[in-house]
Ligand binder design. Structure first.
Ligand code: PHE
Length: 333
């Protein structure tokens, strides 16, 4: 056997043992590269003087080179194929795995209660307005006929801010009623508006109090609005929100900005419960905002959203609504 035939004998097993492309590249150089035995044999062909003999020798070198090259190519494509299928199986996506769920968000119960109640009044023809949480003493109290000496103006009830002057202090509104005055100053009657918003009082947190809570104010002004309209409107609201068989009753009360004034109570879950304050707009308030009290009458009401939510859902501690515990909130999607 010539040197090259020996090479051909060992090449198949050496090539099939190459496990990486790099190993195969090394074999490629060794077997058929520029410093391989085959290249050397080709270079020495010129030393064969006899033309026919040189031809035969050249032919057999080429055959051996072709066979080894074919083995190298076959192994190369095997290795590349294996590499590709490894990459594919590593990248594989198991479409049968369960997906990762993104927890669904929800509105807070107070927000959804407010949205629902606003919707009820929109259904009754009311428009929606909002006003500032930092309010002046004038709109929060004075315009609403609340006397200078009224105890609710004291710092024990009202949170005052360090703005404004002695003449008109700035405070955190204690109710949404200041928007009655602001709205009437800007809009001529007929006026049918509800005002949802946050209000603030100097209270410590307990089962029924919070320094921050949410109210919805209502105001209806036109010629010939009567107490019957107030009662019918609020009874309709209560029945839409608490159920069609909800009974309501009105108990005389006092608010400086309404006259007469009342509390509306509703009979739900087996007992009477106070729901809101209301009354016929005091003519003194009309005077303050430039509505002619000889022409117009109206009613107003204010209710707490947290209270509405608690009554409807039988929640007994207000702090349940303040805690933002998802286990609680998720129950009221
Ligand atoms: N503003 C009153 C309160 O916060 C509620 C109310 C509003 C009463 C409108 C009568 C009319 O208690």
């Amino acid at each position: 056997m010539t040197h090259l035939e020996e090479l051909l004998a060992v090449a198949p097993s050496r090539i099939s043992e190459a496990m990486t492309i790099a190993e195969l590249d090394a074999l490629d150089a060794e077997f058929v590269g520029r410093s391989s035995a085959i290249a050397a044999a080709r270079r020495s062909l010129g030393e064969i003087a006899d033309g026919a003999e040189r031809g035969l020798a050249g032919k057999s070198i080429n055959q051996i080179a072709t066979q080894i090259s074919a083995l190298l190519d076959a192994r190369r494509s095997d290795l590349l194929g294996a590499q590709e299928s490894r990459r594919l199986s590593e990248d594989a996506v198991d479409v049968t795995l369960p997906g990762r769920r993104i927890p669904r968000g929800t509105h807070h119960l107070v927000q959804s209660t407010m949205d629902e109640i606003v919707d009820i009044f929109v259904g009754l023809g009311y428009t929606v307005a909002t006003g500032p949480e930092a309010e002046t003493e004038y709109y929060n109290f004075t315009a609403l006929n609340i006397p200078r000496t009224h105890p609710s103006r004291l710092e024990s009830d009202t949170l005052y801010l360090d703005y404004g002057g002695k003449k008109d202090e700035v405070l955190l509104r204690t109710h949404t009623s200041p928007m009655q005055a602001r709205y009437m100053e800007k809009h001529d009657p007929p006026t049918f508006v509800v005002v949802p918003g946050r209000v603030f009082r100097s209270d410590a947190v307990d089962a029924t109090h919070s320094p921050v809570f949410t109210q919805l104010e209502g105001l209806a002004v036109d010629t010939n609005i009567t107490l019957a309209d107030l009662k019918g409107t609020l009874a309709s609201f209560a029945q839409q929100f608490f159920g069609t068989d909800t009974k309501v009753k009105f108990i005389p009360h006092y608010f400086p900005f309404t006259e007469p004034s009342a509390e509306m109570h509703a009979y739900t879950n087996g007992r009477w419960i106070e729901l809101l304050g209301c009354g016929m707009v005091n003519p003194a308030v009309f005077e303050n905002v430039g509505y002619d009290p000889a022409v117009y009458t109206g009613f107003a009401f204010g209710m707490g959203m947290e209270r509405m939510a608690m009554v409807r859902h039988g929640i007994t501690d207000l702090r349940t609504l303040l805690a933002s515990d998802r286990r609680v909130l998720e129950q009221y999607r």
